[in-house]
Design a protein around this ligand. Structure first.
Ligand SMILES: NC(=O)c1ccc[n+]([C@@H]2O[C@H](COP(=O)([O-])OP(=O)(O)OC[C@H]3O[C@@H](n4cnc5c(N)ncnc54)[C@H](OP(=O)(O)O)[C@@H]3O)[C@@H](O)[C@H]2O)c1
Length: 336
């Protein structure tokens, strides 16, 4: 194999508040040969996800932080260009923890071979990948929606939110989304079939929810936290369920906001709040993935990707994700 040079984005500083481009640094290294049981992958698409912000903090969480000078973590889809494994062949397309880099040597058993016939390979990072699985398990297993119920979703046009809303519609629910722009609101109602969408930046979310859901919200799928969540809790229906998936409005604050203060409503509504992690549903991932991919193929599950061209763009695009600049699942296209 010819000598290959690997470019990698490393964490230069721990971001304070919103990340800055100066918090990241590109370095070049040689590409290692895979050893027994390993594969060498060339990245085609890199996924940018909100959880990465948490990994940039030196704080105890469900996963270890990225060290200063280390490659930023991230899942990618790539082509296997060398293999020392009997299970994964050269030429296979795989999804695995690649990190923000052009090449990665990974243990073959940690890579999932992607079948391009199931759905376009980029979707292995979105609608048929981790965000799609989060939506599927979170809504169906934790939320247990029933026909006729009203489901509210925040960050509704995003990678997770858009899938939640469409699965809720398949289950006979009424769906309301909150989003940060009018374009995203129109996408939710006109293309994804949601019943209503609220622009939380320009509208009074509490007032709109009272109007749109006079009998209350049965399921709130929370991706953002903060004031949108306060308004949702105020508008819960009897035995409402709040599914805490993400809290992106808090990820870049050095001090979390002192809220919610309206838990009284949980008592009167006999409501439930439950956080969940997609990894807890691993045993059911294959069934879920097969269903998500079949919905993509038959057109019943729509998806939108926001594809940024070029490895150099990764930090800028990630900072945009933290500000709502993305419209759909954010990916970096690294090579053809
Ligand atoms: N629990 C789990 O296992 C799990 C797994 C995957 C993801 N998640 C969480 O799910 C959430 C959505 O992830 P995703 O991958 O689907 O991202 P995404 O929705 O595609 O992108 C993030 C969106 O969050 C919104 N946002 C950004 N800053 C905000 C703020 N201050 N207040 C309100 N909204 C803000 C923006 O949309 P607008 O323009 O509409 O504001 C932005 O486009 C994240 O919180 C993530 O951490 C959890």
């Amino acid at each position: 194999m010819p000598e290959l040079v690997n470019r990698r984005w490393t964490l230069a500083n721990r971001p304070v508040g919103y990340p800055q481009e100066s918090d990241f640094a590109i370095i070049e290294t040689d590409v290692d040969d895979p050893q027994h049981g390993e594969i060498l992958v060339r990245t085609l698409f890199l996924s940018l996800d909100p959880y990465m912000r948490g990994r940039m903090r030196d704080r105890r969480s469900y996963a270890v932080p990225v060290g200063i000078g280390d490659v930023v973590v991230g899942e990618g889809v790539g082509r296997v260009i060398a293999s020392q494994s009997d299970d994964v062949a050269v030429g296979d397309i795989v999804a695995c923890q690649i990190g923000w880099q052009e090449y990665a040597v990974v243990p073959a058993h940690t890579a999932r071979v992607v079948d391009p016939a199931m759905a376009p390979i980029s979707t292995a990072l979105g609608v048929t990948g981790m965000p799609g699985l989060t939506a599927y398990h979170g809504l169906l297993a934790v939320g247990q929606p029933r026909p006729g119920e009203t489901v509210l979703i925040s960050a509704a046009s995003g990678a997770v939110g858009a899938v939640v809303g469409q699965i809720a519609k398949m289950n006979g629910c009424r769906v309301i989304g909150t989003v940060g722009t009018d374009d995203k609101a129109a996408y939710c109602t006109d293309e994804l079939g949601f019943d209503a969408a609220i622009n939380y930046k320009t509208e009074d979310v509490f007032a709109r929810l009272t109007e749109l859901a006079p009998d209350g919200i049965d399921i709130y799928f929370d991706n953002v936290g903060g004031t949108v969540t306060d308004a949702a809790i105020e508008n819960l229906a009897l035995r409402g369920r709040v599914l805490v998936c993400g809290q992106i409005s808090q990820y870049n604050l050095e001090e979390p906001e002192m809220a919610p203060r309206n838990f009284w409503n949980l008592i009167t509504k006999q409501a439930r709040i439950e956080g969940f992690l997609v990894f807890n549903f691993q045993n059911d991932h294959e069934v879920a993935r097969t269903r998500l991919a079949s919905w993509v193929r038959d057109g019943s599950l729509k998806y939108r990707e926001d594809i940024v061209d070029g490895f150099e763009q990764a930090p800028r695009a990630f900072i945009g994700l933290m500000n709502g600049a993305n419209f759909g699942k954010l990916l970096v296209k690294m090579s053809d």
